[in-house]
Design a protein around this ligand. Structure first.
Ligand code: AMP
Length: 474
């Protein structure tokens, strides 16, 4: 097995890697680092989670350090383009971490924030500039940025750039770069348009690839749960009640859907935040930070917002809705089982999503194990909890500051819906919604109607397995 010391990296980098806790290079790093150090152009097929950021960042840092010179004014020595603000921030953080013993400068430029600080950061020039295409074009147009002395150009997540309509801006940016430069191009997939772009930008590239389907995806325990679309929230509530759901990334198809799911989880006492393109940069950063810190257990995201999220220890990925594009399924589940860890991915599939599922299974060449939870009456308690929580929600939406206007029933429901005991041990949730306890509900009325019953967990092979939970009503 290759060690970082075999790859020709200098001491300051090796000691930074030691501090990061990296012991061995990932396959993409072992392949790409020597080639980048030789000065070759790279066409890399790799998705996030494979260690591709370090695969380009480490040799770039070394090349810049070997040939020290002042950064060009208003420009950079290495330019990295990223599709999203989150990914740009994370790439810059990686450069800073790996280069912390080298005294190089790193700046990030993306939209949705003030121009001033970015203009000031660019004025003197930086060693490494990480940018999203739109804002960088603004800076080029304003003559704030001049990329004519860029030595290394990295295009990260090229296929995602295509999906986000960034191919034209990328071509425009590339035109402002010098002819003589090193190009590193990374993409998880290689649709025709991306192959064409790679052909235009790269000179005699060395191809490196890792097969994520085999290496990453096989470590992920995947499950499909068939469920009526109207009962997804109840099934989600049941899933979230499992203590193993420590850090859960939930995907929805739309921004509004992300907000709705986060809010619904909140009503039953599960701390959740939503992250999507309509949120301000500050909101997105705060949500991500509280998810990373473990203050919120669930982060509900749209595909685009989630692209750059690199959070270690995501225990579960839940697809509340399947994506329209089958490849996105693979991207989504790849957010768990990062850097060698195991992970779990559960998809809630309604009848009108069966065709999407077929496409996904074609692309992944897998039949994902499935369980049919339609007509499963065990979800009754979770549904009652939502019904009970609803009046309080409606009242709060009317005027978030005014608690006086709320009806006594709404206040009672809000309390009993789990807000105050969601984190308490199950046994101490008097009469509250506990999906693990059959028949326990939030609403007193529903409680009276419910009968204690044994509960089936979904398990491979169906039926009750060793961790079947049967409890008496609290
Ligand atoms: P990436 O594919 O660049 O998004 O990296 C995925 C995750 O793997 C990040 O959290 C990195 O910090 C981590 N990582 C990258 N390279 C290594 C390595 N050689 N050893 C351990 N962790 C790594």
């Amino acid at each position: 097995m290759t060690a970082f010391t075999d790859l020709g990296l200098c001491k300051p980098i090796l000691s930074a890697l030691l501090a990061e806790g990296y012991t061995t290079p990932t396959p993409i790093q072992a392949q790409a680092i020597p080639l980048v150090l030789e000065g070759r152009d790279i066409l890399g097929i790799a998705q996030t989670g494979t260690g591709k950021t370090a695969a380009f960042a480490l040799p770039i840092l070394q090349r810049l350090a070997e040939d020290r010179k002042p950064a060009p004014r208003r420009g950079c020595r290495a330019l990295v383009l990223s599709p999203t603000r989150e990914l740009a921030t994370q790439i810059a953080e990686s450069f800073r971490a790996y280069g912390k013993n080298m005294g190089l400068t790193v700046a990030v430029v993306f939209g949705g924030v003030k121009y001033g600080p970015q203009v000031r950061a660019l004025a003197a020039g930086v060693d490494v500039l990480v940018a999203t295409p739109g804002r960088l074009i603004d800076h080029i147009n304003e003559k704030v940025a001049n990329l004519s002395e860029t030595e290394v150009f990295v295009l990260d997540e090229a296929d995602q750039m295509l999906d986000m309509g960034f191919v034209v801006p990328i071509r425009r940016i590339a035109k402002t770069l010098p002819q003589q430069r090193q190009n590193l191009f990374f993409s998880a997939t290689m649709p025709t348009e991306i192959g064409k772009l790679a052909g235009e930008l790269l000179k005699n590239p060395a191809k490196v690839s890792v097969t994520p389907q085999a290496t990453t995806v096989e470590k992920i325990d995947q499950k499909i749960l068939f469920i009526e679309s109207g009962r997804k929230r109840a099934l989600l509530a049941e899933l979230m009640d499992d203590g193993a759901m420590k850090r859960v990334l939930i995907f929805t198809r739309t921004k509004r859907g992300a907000d709705r799911v986060a809010k619904q989880l909140g009503t039953i006492g599960v701390e959740a935040a939503a992250i999507h393109g309509d949120k301000s940069q500050g909101q997105r950063e705060r949500s991500l930070a509280s998810f990373k810190a473990g203050d919120v257990r669930a982060l509900v995201a749209t595909d685009i917002a989630a692209r750059g999220i690199d959070v270690d220890g995501v225990s579960h990925v839940i697809q509340y809705e399947l994506p329209n594009v089958p490849e996105a399924y693979v991207h989504r589940i790849g957010r768990t089982a990062r850097a060698g860890a195991n992970g779990s991915a559960i998809s809630l599939v309604a009848d009108d999503e069966r065709n999407l599922l077929k496409d996904i299974q074609k692309v992944t060449r897998q039949t994902i194990p499935s369980w049919d939870r339609r007509n499963d009456r065990n979800l009754g308690s979770a549904e009652a909890a939502f019904k009970a929580a609803q009046p309080a929600e409606v009242a709060r939406e009317r005027d978030p500051r005014d608690t006086r206007g709320r009806s006594p029933a709404a206040k009672r429901h809000e309390h009993s819906a789990g807000k105050h005991f969601a984190n308490a041990p199950r046994a101490s949730r008097p009469g509250g919604y506990d999906p693990m306890v059959e028949g326990a509900t939030a609403a007193p009325a529903a409680n009276a109607a419910a009968k204690p019953k044994k509960r089936r967990r979904f398990r491979p092979g169906g039926g009750r397995g060793p961790n079947t939970t049967a409890r008496a009503q609290a």
